[in-house]
Design a protein around this ligand. Structure first.
Ligand code: UDP
Length: 246
């Protein structure tokens, strides 16, 4: 599990799945994309790429479209979810462009085949790309309506044998309550999967947590703004780790 960086220092996780929500791409804008924020995010990814860490990315689409909201406004839920999945493909292509700008090779693999713009998702192909040193961006979630990109993140992490799921958020870990609304909220350093499920701590949806739990993949929750992903893969910095701890 402990990969050598080839430059003398060690990383704790040699293959990671980085879950990026659509919201993380919009910076302080109400929707869409903040290209400076995306560029910085891709620079941070290039830091771990240069260390030799194999990187998978699952990107959300909430900055463009969310199926659940659209269905409230009269669209059929399944149709809305397909539109949401298309939004994740847009984000995946934008990320790919900024990764390339930062000298990171990448491939977009979509669960909904769209063969003129990216590869269809094939598990063995994904693993092949990772071994060849390409960042793999999984687009279109699971390819099924009524799911989320959090579940897609857990699913792809399990399928590609990742050592950890890195969940970048707006806060620096998991708190007992919303720290923006409750000043008594405490941050946890470590939690079990069952803690997340039974206390309904809003980190990922229950199906994602269950998948990670069944396959013993730790979920590391950290702040995209305040922490560097390079510290996280070395096991440093501020974060909450969700694992099989008692
Ligand atoms: N979605 C879906 N199936 C999946 C993943 C995503 O139907 O496997 C749809 C769903 O409508 C969701 C939208 O795509 O609202 C965007 O994904 P998500 O809300 O997970 O994005 P994030 O919150 O991470 O930006």
């Amino acid at each position: 599990m402990h990969a050598s960086t080839g430059k003398g220092s060690k990383v704790k996780y040699s293959r990671v799945l980085f879950k990026i929500s659509g919201e993380a791409l919009m910076g302080s804008r109400p929707f869409g994309h903040d290209m400076e924020v995306i560029d910085q995010l891709c620079k941070d990814i290039s830091d771990i790429y240069k260390l030799g860490v194999q990187v998978c990315i699952v990107v959300g689409g909430g900055n463009i479209f969310r199926g659940a909201y659209a269905s409230l406004s009269g669209c059929e839920r399944a149709s809305s979810d397909y539109i949401g999945m298309l939004a994740t493909i847009i984000n995946a292509l934008i990320l790919q462009n900024f990764l390339e700008k930062n000298s990171v090779n990448s491939k977009v693999l979509s669960a909904i085949p769209m063969v003129t713009i990216c590869e269809p998702y094939i598990r063995r192909k994904a693993i092949h790309h990772l071994k060849k040193g390409r960042v793999v961006i999984f687009a279109a979630g699971t390819g099924n309506p009524f799911f989320t990109t959090d579940t897609a993140a857990a699913l792809r992490a399990v399928e590609t044998n990742c050592d950890a799921i890195l969940k970048g958020t707006q806060v620096n870990g998991v708190y007992s309550a919303d720290p923006k609304k409750n000043e008594d909220a405490v941050m946890y350093d470590r939690l079990s999967y069952m803690d997340l499920l039974t206390r309904d701590l809003k980190v990922m949806d229950a199906s994602a947590i269950s998948l990670a739990r069944e396959n013993s993949i730790p979920i590391i929750v950290f702040s995209l703004k305040e922490e560097k992903i390079v510290n996280i893969v070395k096991g440093h910095g501020t974060y909450t780790i969700v694992s099989d701890c008692e």
